[in-house]
Design a protein around this ligand. Structure first.
Ligand SMILES: Nc1ncnc2c1ncn2[C@@H]1O[C@H](COP(=O)(O)OP(=O)(O)OP(=O)(O)O)[C@@H](O)[C@H]1O
Length: 250
């Protein structure tokens, strides 16, 4: 799974997974991820699809350093995240990994602009005001900077989460069902914002999704089944993706 996409042929990988396994212990251990290796080229936009329970969220959490694999290696940029202490990993994540959740995860009492600034404030870094304003404009939030999350639509809230993830110019942005809570039209618009902003910045993005229209925006779609990478499509159409998902039993 190491062959790079046509859009980033010469770039080194932004994220490199080598034989990653994740087993949840218990009376009946769950082998959620079973030996996944992949290299995501810098600047690439990758979708991860697969039936419910196939390990997509687990894989993304491991790649983000939010969860620890049972075995295998994960490199973000040139840093092997398994070698970092818990504190160092937290700091590393703030600077190098942007995460967008389905549920937005915004802080209710902070304004839009303070939510966007939060990871950098926590990392004791001062965002460049010009870059912050450009990003707010790029995701279509100009004029809404002083609102609280409770005063936003779902689509606007997810744009805040996207701007927050992009602000530190992380090595990779990982998004788990980012449009899952939005109606189809709003979801398409929000995804377009993420795709276009990321493309302009050369930002590496990985999106977990059930929606073939969302996945069709990607350079490459990876298909997981039962914890294994079983297929991939480059520059896919909605129809090709739908056919693969049906073949996998969704
Ligand atoms: N914390 C956990 N403890 C035990 N088992 C877990 C845990 N998290 C996930 N699993 C199991 O691991 C497997 C993979 O789950 P995961 O959430 O990664 O799948 P998914 O492909 O993202 O599913 P969905 O599309 O339904 O969100 C499932 O069998 C799930 O029940």
């Amino acid at each position: 799974m190491n062959s790079p996409t046509s859009t980033a042929t010469m770039a080194p990988p932004a994220v490199h997974l080598i034989d990653v396994h994740k087993t949840y212990p218990g009376a009946e251990p769950v082998h959620a991820v079973r030996g996944v290796s992949l290299a995501l080229p810098t600047g690439s936009f990758t979708a991860v699809m697969g039936p419910s329970g196939s390990g997509k969220s687990t894989l993304l959490s491991c790649a983000a350093g939010l969860d620890t694999p049972t075995s295998g290696r994960i490199l973000v940029g040139d840093r092997e995240i398994g070698s970092l202490s818990s504190d160092a990993l937290t700091r590393f994540r703030r600077e190098h990994v942007g995460f967008v959740f389905q549920s937005y995860n915004l802080i209710g009492h902070l304004t839009v602009i303070d939510n966007i600034r939060l990871p950098m404030v926590l990392a004791r870094r001062e965002p460049d005001p010009g870059w912050l304003a450009e990003l707010v404009a790029a995701v279509g939030l100009t004029g809404l900077e002083d609102r609280r999350p409770g005063e936003l639509s779902g689509g606007q809230a997810q744009r805040v989460a996207i701007a927050r993830a992009l602000l530190p110019r992380p090595t990779v942005v990982l998004a788990d069902e980012p449009t899952g809570a939005l109606d189809s039209r709003t979801g398409t618009q929000v995804l377009e914002v993420l795709r276009e902003t990321a493309r302009r910045l050369g930002q590496t993005v990985v999106v977990v999704t059930h929606d073939p229209r969302v996945a069709a925006a990607a350079d490459r779609v990876l298909f997981l089944a039962d914890g294994r990478l079983v297929d991939q499509l480059d520059q896919p159409t909605v129809e090709q993706i739908t056919a693969r998902m049906i073949a996998l039993g969704r």
